[in-house]
Design a protein around this ligand. Structure first.
Ligand code: ADP
Length: 495
């Protein structure tokens, strides 16, 4: 051997010794280790002298042995060079992923297969990362959210299955699919003007948008998350959009809203009958007053044709005011029966309660009951929907009035309202009465259609409770110690 060759072999041997890759020699029949570089200890935990003589087949993962046996003759023996990735058992029993390149060494003269030279490296990290990526990709692909990957120039490079189905699209076509195909014009404008720039600046954007299935001309309301992905050197690489289909939720919300509005409407109609009596009384008063004023003027004019304008000016003004008051009462009745969205505002409880007591005067008379407003003058304003609050109090007042029914010759019983502030700054409103108290199965009071009255509907308390809960409160019923019932609920005072 030439000195240069000797030196080269020495260097090669040294490289093999130093290499973190394991270099090993194997017998072709059973893949016995003939020799291995020291890296075997780092990679597999064996000393060189321990592994020499062991067959590599013994150390393959059982799932990989068959595959290897099937493929190795054709590849390693015929083509001479073969790279494969497989699991190998370490000395402590755990399996590590190796990637090996095998090379067959043949006798230059007889071409007989002498041995196999293998260079192996640990690729566990890469394989684990690949597996994790595959798992993530599979989760994304099967997620019920609509996921899209979009290049900075708005080309859609990938859509998951849910997105393909919901949007009726395919990215495998030759035509480039652009982001504006996925969204309605308004939402695409929102993406351009707000969502993408914000995701670019801050990493992500979250908000509502509308996607569209152009095939079926269907708009899909979604909660959208836009993420910006950057390269290692911080350049924008692509955006991803993750959209949750809100169709079912929006439909349920709309249905619920419609249902609640219908309940409100029905509730108002139910109490209309009672109210009509009260209103008749309310309207009768101004009408009688108007008639009296007109008659007064007629009389004045009959006796003195030249009656001075001053004499009839005041009664005329009163006629105007009184007619306006009657008009106001009618308007309130219309408000009360109209279907409308709940509208909260700050309300003076005293004014509202006095108005309601006015409505109930005729019912109170019929039942021989006295109603009293015992609210403190300075009670804080409450934040509530006026019509709904009137509805609740009217139900409670009428129930109290009916419970306190007395014949004409009997001493009347009382129904009254109280209010106080609780520690949390809310107002507690109560309607109390001197009636017989709650029925024995009082746990059923708030059930729909529960009634103990011959002509009762059993809707009043159920509806009142719903309306109070909608204001964030709770309706409670209890018996008073000195007899009679007490219904209370809380209302917030601040906006
Ligand atoms: P309705 O008045 O049509 O019966 P509600 O839902 O308003 O329907 O009331 C349900 C039931 O609750 C009444 O039938 C009655 O038995 C009981 N109730 C309600 N308010 C009172 C009260 N103030 N005192 C005693 N019982 C009451």
């Amino acid at each position: 051997m030439q000195p240069a060759d000797v030196e080269r072999n020495r260097l090669l041997a040294e490289m093999a010794e130093q290499s973190t890759d394991m270099i090993s020699r194997h017998a072709p029949d059973d893949w016995r280790f003939i020799d291995a570089s020291p890296a075997v200890t780092h990679l597999l935990g064996y000393r060189v002298d321990e592994i020499v003589g062991m067959s590599a087949y013994e150390l393959y993962h059982p799932d990989d042995v068959e595959d290897f046996k099937r493929r190795s003759p054709s590849v390693s023996y015929e083509r001479g060079l073969y790279t494969h990735t497989y699991r190998f058992r370490c000395k402590d029993g755990h399996y590590t992923w190796l990637e090996s390149t095998s090379r067959s060494i043949r006798d230059p003269v007889t071409d007989e297969l002498k041995e196999i030279l293998v260079v192996s490296r640990d690729v566990s990290q890469r394989i684990n990362a690949e597996q994790a990526n595959r798992r993530l990709a599979s989760v994304l692909e099967h997620s019920s959210d609509l996921v899209a990957f979009v290049t900075p120039d708005h080309r859609v490079s990938q859509l998951n299955e849910a997105a393909r189905k919901a949007l009726g699209l395919d990215v495998s076509g030759h035509e480039p699919l652009l982001l504006n195909r996925l969204f309605t014009a308004d939402s695409y404008a929102l993406l351009q003007q707000q969502a993408l720039p914000e995701a670019y600046e801050r990493g992500s954007w979250h908000g509502e948008a509308e996607m569209c299935d152009r095939l079926n001309q269907r708009v899909i309301p979604v909660m959208l998350e836009v993420l910006a992905h950057r390269t290692l050197d911080n350049q924008l690489e692509y955006f991803s959009t993750v959209a949750r289909d809100m169709t079912a939720i929006k439909q349920a919300e709309a249905k619920q809203l419609q249902y609640q509005q219908e309940i409100d409407h029905a509730a108002r109609l139910i109490t209309m009958g009672e109210m009509a009596t009260g209103l008749a009384h309310e309207i009768n008063q101004p009408l009688t007053a108007v008639v009296n004023y007109v008659r007064g003027i007629q009389r004045r004019l009959a006796t003195d044709r030249d009656a001075a304008l001053n004499d009839i000016d005041q009664p005329l003004a009163r006629i105007g005011d009184t007619a306006l008051r009657a008009g106001e009462i009618v308007r309130r009745m219309m408000d009360f029966t109209r279907k409308s969205q709940p509208k909260r505002e700050l309300l003076s409880l005293n004014t509202l309660v006095n108005d309601l007591i006015g409505f109930c005067v005729s019912a109170a008379k019929r039942h021989n009951v006295v109603i009293e407003n015992r609210l403190p003058d300075n009670i804080a304003e409450v934040y509530a929907d006026r019509i709904q609050l009137e509805q609740i109090l009217l139900n409670l007042l009428l129930n109290g009035i009916e419970a306190c029914h007395r014949e004409e010759d009997q001493t009347p019983l009382k129904v009254w309202l109280e209010a106080s502030m609780d520690k949390s700054g809310q107002v507690i409103i109560s309607v109390l009465d001197q009636g017989p108290g709650l029925p024995s199965d009082s746990e059923r009071l708030f059930e729909q259609f529960f009634t103990t009255k011959p002509k009762g509907l059993g809707m009043g308390l159920a509806i009142s409770r719903t309306l109070i809960e909608r204001h964030g409160g709770q309706l409670l019923a209890e018996n008073r110690v000195s007899g009679g019932a007490k219904f209370s609920f809380m209302l917030p005072t601040a906006v």
